[in-house]
Design a protein around this ligand. Structure first.
Ligand SMILES: [Zn+2]
Length: 395
């Protein structure tokens, strides 16, 4: 006699059903990517899925904006054609400096969709600037009809050393009122979006690796001369970061014995000789009665002002004192000079290169391309967009 045993129905395995559904969705997306737009029936044949499954997946993908459908006539019959929708995801780069804030929006193909700029008061504080950033961001998105749900990451550049992980400002000589602030959470709260942060010189290096004339350089040093002097280093597109968060502080390399007192407490630091502050102060002293600021220095240099050329060249010579040992240490492929003085042309770069040639090993420097940035004022903000894309899509 056969013994009949009662077998309990297995519990619904929702986990494996979900995994199967995800596999089928991936199959439909892969087929559309490889073979282009096609009818639902053709998609079912190509993917090996039933027409019912394809139809349900297409409905779901259309609701999330990943595919678009249209009625078409195929073999004399009305059918639904399916195509990949343009990727709706975007990132936003934000560059916050001592006296400016700049924003740039990119789609995931690195195509810009919008930009914004404002000046800031020197000595601005995060609790004023962050709400302003949120307002600027929303205005930029509204102007370009981009729903904020499409923003997958904000990359933020700051002229400060940031503690890895928390984004706490560990050193902020350019933004003194930002010291100690945990920027990761402060920015996330203010912008209401996922955020990734980085030092601005590091992002300048990343930008030049990713876009522009020096893109793809194996080892690239980005030198930013602004209110302070900082360096970022990119090796095959990966920015060098230390565990302390402090890197590239070449502005505090002593280059003059018993020189001027620096705000860091040392004497003769590079920044006591080279910075926009120092240049403007020197011009105000030697040519009083003229309203000198950075824009005026750039304009005078463009107009061939001999004294301004001399000051920029001498600043470059001093800068070279700190760059020469870096060239001996790293022998990079490219050294790019950026910052607001670059608009004034070559004197700053020529001064720097002359010192490097004198003081560094010829064999370490012969192959180095020394160049002015070709990204204008937008290096840092483009680096912030690249970082955001990488953080959201690759990590
Ligand atoms: Zn110093």
């Amino acid at each position: 006699m056969a013994v009949r045993t009662r077998v309990a129905a297995p519990p619904r395995d929702t986990g494996s059903q979900k995994a199967l559904r995800e596999r089928n969705i991936a199959l439909v997306m892969t087929t559309l990517r490889a073979q282009g737009p096609q009818t639902q029936a053709a998609l079912a044949r190509a993917s090996g899925l039933s027409t019912g499954t394809v139809s349900s997946i297409v409905r779901e993908l259309e609701a999330t904006g990943l595919v678009a459908t249209a009625f078409a006539i195929s073999s004399g019959r009305r059918s639904v054609e399916v195509r990949l929708a343009p990727d709706p995801r975007v990132v936003v780069g934000v560059d916050i400096g001592r006296t400016h804030m700049r924003m740039l929006g990119w789609d995931v193909g690195r195509r810009p969709f919008g930009e914004a700029y404002t000046t800031l008061e020197p000595g601005h504080e995060p609790f004023d600037t962050l709400p302003l950033a949120a307002e600027m961001l929303q205005r930029m998105l509204d102007e370009h009809h981009v729903d904020r749900s499409r923003v997958i990451r904000c990359g933020v550049a700051l002229p400060a050393s940031l503690e890895p992980g928390t984004g706490r400002v560990v050193q902020a000589s350019v933004l003194p009122n930002w010291a100690g602030v945990n920027l990761m959470s402060a920015l996330r709260d203010a912008l209401g979006l996922p955020v990734v942060l980085e030092n601005d010189a590091n992002l300048g290096a990343l930008a030049h690796y990713g876009v522009g004339m020096q893109s793809g350089a194996h080892s690239l040093v980005y030198v930013k001369v602004a209110t302070g002097v900082g360096v970022g280093l990119s090796i095959d597109g990966v920015v060098y970061r230390s565990s302390s968060g402090i890197t590239g502080e070449i502005g505090h390399i002593p280059v003059v014995d018993n020189g001027e007192l620096c705000y860091c407490g040392n004497r003769g630091c590079l920044e006591t000789l080279v910075s926009t502050r120092r240049l403007v102060a020197d011009l105000k002293r030697t040519r009083p009665g003229h309203a000198w600021d950075v824009a005026e220095v750039v304009r005078a240099s463009q107009n061939g002002d001999v004294m301004v050329h001399r000051l920029l060249y001498d600043a470059g010579v001093a800068l070279g004192l700190a760059i020469a040992p870096i060239c001996n240490l790293l022998s990079p492929d490219v050294v790019v000079l950026g910052g607001p003085l670059v608009g004034g042309g070559r004197p700053l770069l020529d001064g720097m290169v002359s010192t490097v040639r004198q003081r560094a090993l010829p064999s370490a420097t012969a192959h180095i391309t020394f160049a002015l940035t070709d990204l204008g004022d937008a290096s840092e903000v483009q680096g912030a967009c690249l970082l955001a894309l990488h953080d959201a899509l690759v990590r």
